[in-house]
Design a protein around this ligand. Structure first.
Ligand code: ZN
Length: 225
């Protein structure tokens, strides 16, 4: 059975089993018909369908590997491996996503840190190193700054500070405008008061002149009498 299987695979897949298993001379047509059905079945089932299935599996496997690699590359380009933040989150930061994954959350720096802990004596661990080592031993990544970035935090604080400065500047400007308007109103009020006093003094002066004129006329008429 084993030899038969090896022979069929060897002769069937390479060279063709049709020419290897020839029909002995003197056989009936029934024998030839049976041999033909066997050859055609072998050709369809093994040579055509079987090999195509194997080739299809190989092609699908390579396709899946290529898709997985493309997906991994896409993830590495579109999000940070350490904090999982998207590249678009760093669009407003100086240096952008490129600087973040190279300077702030460098994947290799985390790997070197773990290698450094593995090489370091356990008795010389600092508190932070002991904490990271314990999590690493438990295969946990809680020490990764998930969805946290000092760059974005600093950027948010700067944006908040900028908003506060803008708001304070607006309030100071508004206060200055109100002070100027108030000063103008006071100047106008003083001007109106001065004009009122000036008009009053003119009327008083005119009244005194009139009284003096009348008195002079009366005095002149008394002298004539
Ligand atoms: Zn990150």
């Amino acid at each position: 059975m084993y030899q038969c299987t090896v022979t069929v695979i060897r002769r069937g897949l390479i060279g063709g089993i049709y020419s290897y298993l020839v029909v002995p001379e003197g056989r009936s047509f029934q024998y030839h018909a049976t041999k033909t059905i066997f050859d055609v079945s072998f050709f369809i089932i093994i040579s055509t369908i079987g090999l195509n299935i194997i080739f299809g599996i190989i092609v699908d496997t390579f396709s899946e590997l290529r898709d997985a690699k493309w997906q991994a590359d896409q993830d590495m380009r579109s999000s940070c491996f350490i904090c999982s933040k998207g590249s678009h989150d760093f669009a407003r930061c100086k240096g952008g996503f490129e600087k973040h994954v190279k300077s702030e959350h460098n994947l290799w720096s985390y790997l070197f840190y773990i290698l450094y802990l593995e090489e370091k004596s356990r008795n010389e661990f600092t508190t932070i190193e002991r904490y990271v080592w314990k999590l690493y031993q438990k295969k946990r990544t809680d020490y990764f700054p998930l969805y946290t970035s000092l760059t974005i935090k600093q950027e948010d604080e700067d944006a908040q500070m900028s908003a506060i400065v803008t708001c304070v500047s607006y309030l100071v400007g508004k206060r200055k405008e109100l002070d100027i308007a108030r000063q103008r109103e006071l100047e106008q009020l003083r001007q109106r008061q001065w004009e009122a006093r000036y008009a009053q003094s003119r009327r008083s002066r005119a009244a005194r002149m009139h009284i003096q004129t009348v008195r002079a006329k009366q005095l002149a008429s008394d002298v004539d009498d």
